[in-house]
Ligand binder design. Structure first.
Ligand code: SF4
Ligand code: ZN
Length: 313
């Protein structure tokens, strides 16, 4: 015990004030207290949104709100920083995939948060859009759950965002998610996806997608959520353990632990590769439209319609 301050010696102080630290950022070698961690997270989100021109005056930003901690923290921060800086509106869209024992609680959490923040909340379901819940779709199809879920949820968000004339879709993807996606594409040998420049999506007929949390890691989001009481304990999706991402997450967490800052470097490497590829690889051809639903896509039908056609067979 330090007799002058009365603090326990074993708890380091925040590098920005005298409060006890709750988080150590190994990349930056900084200890932060609750208040300065939250300010630091918000500052990085403002930096990302501003420097990448993610929000403009007149925008209607649709936040993809699953009810989990990432999207709930994203919505809370955007509702705090956007009205002060831009003449833009924020709404939330939740997709109910129909996953028994998981979705009920997370949707309730999403409803409570939007009521608390006083913003419009649209809920769309796989049942109404595709005629079946994810649980029943999987019963007849051997695809891994997360592949089908990801493709159909993306379409559900796009359709719902288009319906309300949203100008962009904000998702809660964080730094760890981005590093995992790069590793997954490497491990699958999917270099087309690895080199794809997502910023070109808008020009090709898609609604612009923005990721304001892309500089914030999962641990920081968890702490931000706990400190601000944004989400409580929520169940995990029963399919999560079967996902390839779950294996890659363990790998990425171990690499980051042993080599702090590795996740950042993985993403920077992918961005450099993508830049180099733009100079040497021929540009993608004119945008095509799905023969079934009319969505922009790269083949004769979009991924969602291809998947649904497979399920019907
Ligand atoms: Fe969908 Fe997989 Fe996420 Fe569950 S873990 S919600 S199946 S993507
Ligand atoms: Zn502090």
């Amino acid at each position: 015990m330090d007799t002058a301050t009365g603090k326990r010696d074993c708890i380091p102080s925040c590098d920005s004030c005298d409060e006890p630290a709750v988080y150590f950022n190994p990349g930056l070698q900084r200890h932060l207290c609750e208040r300065h961690l939250c300010l630091d997270v918000e500052h990085r989100v403002i930096e990302s949104v501003t420097s990448h021109g993610m929000v403009h005056d007149g925008d209607l930003v649709a936040v993809g709100l699953s009810g989990g901690k990432d999207s709930s923290v994203l919505l809370s921060i955007l509702c705090c920083i956007v009205p002060e800086r831009w003449d833009a509106e924020i709404v939330a869209i939740t997709v109910d995939e129909g996953i028994a024992g998981y979705r009920e609680e997370t949707i309730q959490s999403a409803v409570s948060l939007t009521q608390q923040l006083g913003i419009q909340h649209h809920i769309v379901t796989f049942q109404s859009l595709f005629g079946k819940t994810l649980d029943s779709l999987l019963g007849s199809y051997p695809l891994r759950a997360c592949t089908a879920c990801g493709i159909l949820r993306k379409k559900a968000f796009s359709d719902a965002a288009r319906e309300i004339a949203a100008t962009s879709i904000a998702t809660g993807h964080n730094l760890d998610d981005a590093a995992q996606s790069v590793l997954m594409n490497y491990l699958r040998g999917d270099f087309e996806r690895l080199l794809r420049d997502s910023s070109s999506m808008e020009d090709r007929g898609f609604i612009r997608r923005i990721k304001p949390l892309h500089e914030v890691n999962e641990k920081e989001i968890t702490l931000y959520s706990m400190i601000n009481g944004i989400t409580g304990h929520l169940p995990e999706c029963p399919y999560a353990t079967t996902a390839f991402r779950a294996e890659v997450r363990t790998l990425q967490a171990a690499i980051e632990y042993q080599h702090p800052g590795a996740s950042h470097r993985i993403i920077q490497g992918q961005e450099s590769l993508s830049e180099q590829a733009k100079k040497t690889v021929r540009p993608c051809g004119a945008v095509r439209y799905c023969a079934t639903c009319g969505d922009p896509c790269s083949g004769p039908v979009c991924q969602a319609c291809g998947l649904l056609a497979g399920l019907k067979k």
